[in-house]
Design a protein around this ligand. Structure first.
Ligand SMILES: *[C@@H]1O[C@H](CO)[C@@H](O)[C@H](O)[C@H]1NC(C)=O
Ligand SMILES: *[C@@H]1O[C@H](CO)[C@@H](O)[C@H](O)[C@H]1NC(C)=O
Ligand SMILES: *[C@@H]1O[C@H](CO)[C@@H](O)[C@H](O)[C@H]1NC(C)=O
Ligand SMILES: *[C@@H]1O[C@H](CO)[C@@H](O)[C@H](O)[C@H]1NC(C)=O
Length: 556
């Protein structure tokens, strides 16, 4: 952790906000809010007006405030996230998160390799050349209809199909993009209704959305006859076809699902990938962060080394590059941040996923573990049990530190517990300084509803809100938590799975070495040299097992 908590510009602004200014803002803002109600679709431009009004009121800057200026210039400098983002987007209003997120994230601890930047720009050029609405795409689509593969084709595609919830989708889509980078394919995303507008277009001047008339986007599973593994088994494809690509079917389906901690055989072997490369069209679905498995394949190793000299930043960088919440989800994140989190000196995110794995654990056990974690690692100030304040110390602005706690959970009770504790009791930091702890929870949907667009928008907003925190406590196994801390570039405090017999975890939480997501399923090792140790961690210095999923693999 940095010694001095960095205060984002909004925070500095809020602190300078005096009642007079607040009234003035209200007078400007109120009519705009009313306009917003009546104008509906115009909401985005009204939002821009709102922001302008806000900025105007704050703009006579107090030059003697030491916190304000340097932060802002540092962020100006890093608007394109160290070169990750393309400079070729020009309509900021169409996707506000693209540039605003960088002002709310802490500065990335990882530098971006110039080689990765070159590859991304090259990918973008390929995508514009081959993407939807180009002559090359029409030609490729016609080829697909003809039922035959096109050998030696210039543009090759990988069509991503969603599987599971939002966290899994983001992990598998980032992995698919990395696979496309490595194999020279262009990614097209099948966007079901519940994902509409969830993310902005990541590549300038083109679209990553699969055209709606694409015929093969539903009904695939591990047993599909177009699945690579099944075609291999049924002799529909053979390894000798590597030299005769026109003998291959028009497309291949690659199924990369975690089934009892394994991917299917023949999905990460070199000879299989030589053959897979010959297909012009690949349809892929996965619930996993299979990017890690690509690092196990010697053929991709050199390229990966050049793109990611720091192996522990793969999702952190690809995620920040690819995912930009659409304006609806971003509006939620941005309003919540400005309203509740910006004014705090420090922000702690607590993500509690009570999924199938913890289903049986009572609330008291989980909440005790969370409190033990925050206590043992000094993440939250201790209660002083002093409910009466000494005379004369009534809060004056700036005299007391504020720690904001963002609770993200489908359930309300963890919020209630923390909120109640810090509402009824005073708290102090380890040095005895009084700290006000303010606890917030943006939503509690009770159940995960992957097929609801509104639910996914709230979930995405909350992933980003967590990623704006200074520290995060997450629940083991949760892909939602992985995405949040990895985007942030933070090593989380991971709540360890509870021991069923003791109803208690030995350590309340642990801190992994890496900000990377964990890949829960291992590739099958059917193609490894016989006699070789099957644990890849033994061979590869940048791989480790995960704290929360001991069999899983993580880059670091
Ligand atoms: C600027 O801030 C300083 C210290 O916080 C304060 O003393 C001064 O009155 C402020 N000036 C204005 C114009 O608000
Ligand atoms: C771009 O396309 C060319 C030609 O198809 C290919 O060789 C190259 O690998 C692609 N680059 C990326 C980054 O996809
Ligand atoms: C390539 O495959 C096609 C279609 O199956 C076949 O007609 C042709 O003879 C094959 N060519 C070679 C060199 O094997
Ligand atoms: C995968 O490969 C291993 C090793 O060759 C074999 O033991 C196992 O039966 C295979 N699994 C399937 C489902 O084919």
């Amino acid at each position: 952790m940095e010694g001095v908590p960095r205060v984002p510009p909004e925070a500095a602004e809020r602190r300078r906000c005096r009642i007079g200014a607040a009234m003035a803002v209200l007078l400007v803002v109120l009519p705009l809010m009313l306009m917003r109600v009546f104008l509906g679709d115009q909401a985005d431009s009204i939002d821009a007006l709102l922001r302008q009004a806000h900025v105007k009121q704050q703009s006579p800057r107090n030059a003697s405030d030491p916190e304000a200026a340097p932060v802002r210039t540092e962020h100006e400098h890093d608007r394109l996230l160290g070169g990750l983002l393309s400079p070729d987007f020009h309509d900021e209003q169409a996707c506000r998160s693209r540039y605003e997120a960088s002002t709310l994230w802490k500065t990335s601890p990882f530098s971006v390799a110039p080689y990765l930047v070159r590859r991304l720009r090259q990918y973008e050029a390929n995508h514009s050349r081959c993407g939807p609405r180009t002559a090359r795409y029409r030609e490729a689509a016609a080829q697909l209809q003809s039922g035959r593969n096109a050998g030696g084709a210039d543009c090759r595609y990988v069509v991503w199909l969603p599987m599971q919830g939002l966290g899994n989708r983001m992990l598998s889509l980032a992995s698919t993009f990395l696979y496309a980078l490595l194999t020279g394919r262009v990614v097209l995303v099948h966007q079901p209704p519940e994902m509409e507008g969830l993310f902005c277009e990541p590549f300038p001047g083109t679209s990553w959305l699969l055209p709606p008339d694409f015929p093969y986007k539903d009904g695939f599973w591990s047993g599909s006859k177009e699945s690579y593994v099944n075609m291999l088994e049924n002799n529909v494809v053979r390894y000798d076809m590597v030299n005769n690509a026109s003998a291959l079917p028009a497309y291949v389906y690659l199924h990369l699902e975690n089934t009892r901690f394994r991917f299917q055989n023949h999905t990460f072997c070199e000879e299989d990938h030589l053959l897979l490369d010959k297909f012009k069209w690949m349809v892929l679905s996965s619930d996993s962060y299979f990017a890690v498995a690509l690092f196990l394949m010697p053929a991709y190793r050199e390229e990966l080394d050049r793109m990611f000299p720091a192996k522990g930043a793969v999702f952190h960088q690809l995620g920040r590059y690819l995912f930009h919440p659409g304006n609806r989800a971003w509006g939620m994140a941005q309003r919540f941040f400005a309203g509740y989190l910006a004014g705090a000196n420090e922000r702690l995110g607590v993500q509690v996923r009570v999924g199938p794995y913890q289903l049986a654990f009572p609330f008291e056990v989980m909440s005790e573990q969370i409190l033990r974690c925050t206590r043992e690692h000094g993440l939250l100030p201790q209660l002083t049990h002093n409910t009466e304040r000494a005379a004369g110390s009534v809060r004056l602005a700036n005299s007391i530190a504020v720690k904001a706690v963002l609770v993200v959970s489908l359930k309300p009770e963890y919020y209630d517990k923390l909120h109640g504790m810090y509402y009824s009791n005073a708290a102090a930091s380890s040095t005895g300084q009084e700290v006000v702890v303010s606890v917030y929870q943006p939503s509690h949907d009770e159940d995960q509803r992957t097929d609801s667009r509104a639910h996914n928008e709230r979930a995405l907003a909350e992933i980003y809100l967590l990623s704006f925190c200074d520290e995060v406590v997450t629940t083991g196994w949760s892909t939602f938590g992985y995405v949040a801390h990895s985007l942030a570039g933070l090593r989380p405090w991971v709540l360890t799975p509870l021991d069923w017999t003791k109803m208690k975890a030995e350590n309340a939480c642990v801190r992994p070495e890496s900000v990377e997501p964990c890949m829960h399923s291992l590739p099958s090792f059917d193609c490894w040299r016989s006699g070789q140790d099957l644990d890849p961690v033994v061979h590869l210095p940048f791989l480790r097992h995960c704290e929360d999923v001991p069999a899983g693999l993580q880059l670091f």
